[in-house]
Design a protein around this ligand. Structure first.
Ligand code: ZN
Length: 159
């Protein structure tokens, strides 16, 4: 992907990482990758592959790619880990805390669970199914484990 990069933009920096253990999918328009915090198993960032500051700046192709990935990720997390549904949030509030805001369109995807997935003995219990996700707790996982969580999702999303 050859696209504008903005200096100091966290999302742009993230797109430059080549050996991300949580990487799931890169399309012509987006990158989908797991967050280190897996409090909600499968929590991922969906990042636009170029700098754009508003959802309304997305092209038609970018918009449909975004929703296509979200729909496929909902199915992949349901099939792999039994997710009941997927919450999505395009926030970008943090960027505006800076005196020089550089918001870069990206979304937070959090699968939600009624039954706690168990991966090799590690339990990922949704702390508050049926409620807005919480942000005052985390369940950070090591890069090797992130890779293990990502693998089946990557395989499904590749199809
Ligand atoms: Zn950026």
């Amino acid at each position: 992907m050859n696209a504008l990069r903005v200096n100091g933009c966290q999302s742009c920096g993230f797109l430059e990482i080549n050996d991300d253990p949580g990487h799931i999918l890169t399309t012509d328009f987006h990158t989908l990758s797991l967050a280190t915090d897996q409090l909600y198993l499968g929590r991922a960032y969906l990042t636009l592959g170029r700098y754009a500051s508003k959802i309304s700046d997305l092209t038609g192709d970018e918009s449909s790619d975004m929703w296509d990935i979200i729909k496929r990720y909902e199915l992949a997390t349901a099939q792999t880990y039994g997710a009941a549904h997927l919450t999505i949030a395009t926030l970008m509030n943090n960027a505006y805390k800076s005196p020089n805001p550089q918001p870069h369109v990206h979304s937070h995807l959090r699968p939600r669970y009624t039954n706690a997935p168990n991966i090799g003995g590690a339990i990922f219990e949704d702390p508050n199914f049926g409620e807005h996700y919480i942000r005052n707790r985390s369940h950070n996982v090591a890069p090797e484990f992130l890779h293990e969580i990502a693998q089946p999702l990557r395989a499904l999303m590749a199809n």
